[in-house]
Ligand binder design. Structure first.
Ligand SMILES: [Zn+2]
Length: 147
């Protein structure tokens, strides 16, 4: 943290407390001994989603939730269950500290969760995200689920 008076880096924290503006820290400069205050705010670094068409967009939990909801229409799935999947995926993405993720990878995570939750929703979602090459490969997947 650079001192606003002498611009040297190096200060000690005298006191810190939570405030509505973030964490307020009272500091003393190691060099000139003057005191100053800083505020720290938690900010999420946005994760970029790399789409199949090469475009990028900021990862949005809202969009993710919407696409899951579409796959779950008229299925006996609670809103909570969808929110849980979104939360799990969000945590996983943030935990990996990636600043970029392929859309396909997010799709795979959704597919994995939906498979456990509801087979119809899973097939709906997978048919969009997994690019079944033809009706045979689609039928094969359905056949695998039946077992
Ligand atoms: Zn100073």
């Amino acid at each position: 943290m650079e001192c606003p008076y002498c611009h040297t880096v190096g200060s000690r924290v005298l006191d810190s407390r939570e405030s509505s503006a973030g964490v307020r820290r009272r500091r003393i400069c190691d060099n000139c001994q003057k005191r100053f205050t800083t505020y720290e705010k938690v900010s999420f670094v946005p994760v970029m989603v790399l789409k199949r068409n090469g475009k990028k967009e900021i990862f949005s939990t809202e969009k993710l939730e919407n696409s899951l909801r579409m796959a779950c229409v008229k299925r006996p799935i609670k809103d909570m269950e969808i929110s849980n999947i979104v939360e799990k995926i969000e945590i996983l993405i943030n935990k990996n500290h990636q600043n970029e993720i392929r859309a396909g990878k997010i799709g795979q995570m959704c597919i994995k969760h939906l498979k456990k939750l509801d087979h119809v929703a899973y097939i709906r979602f997978a048919s969009v995200y997994r690019d079944f090459k033809n009706i045979d490969s689609f039928a094969k997947e359905v056949e695998l689920l039946k077992r």
